[in-house]
Design a protein around this ligand. Structure first.
Ligand SMILES: [Zn+2]
Length: 59
């Protein structure tokens, strides 16, 4: 299944060995503590999508 941008973000923004976000460092050479705001955003987007799917199935 092809997901939205949030799946790409979650695939790239992973916790590095030092606890910093590896995706932020690779993409922007920026040191951000994991989880960064992009992971938070993607996670909340996914949670909403799952909830919507669940509600549709329950109808
Ligand atoms: Zn990140």
């Amino acid at each position: 299944m092809i997901g939205g941008p949030e799946e790409t973000i979650l695939a790239v923004h992973v916790r590095g060995l030092d606890g910093m976000c590896a995706g932020c460092r690779a993409w922007w050479a920026r040191l951000t503590p994991y989880p960064c705001w992009q992971v938070e955003w993607a996670t909340s987007r996914q949670a909403r999508a799952v909830t919507a799917r669940f509600l549709e199935g329950a109808r």
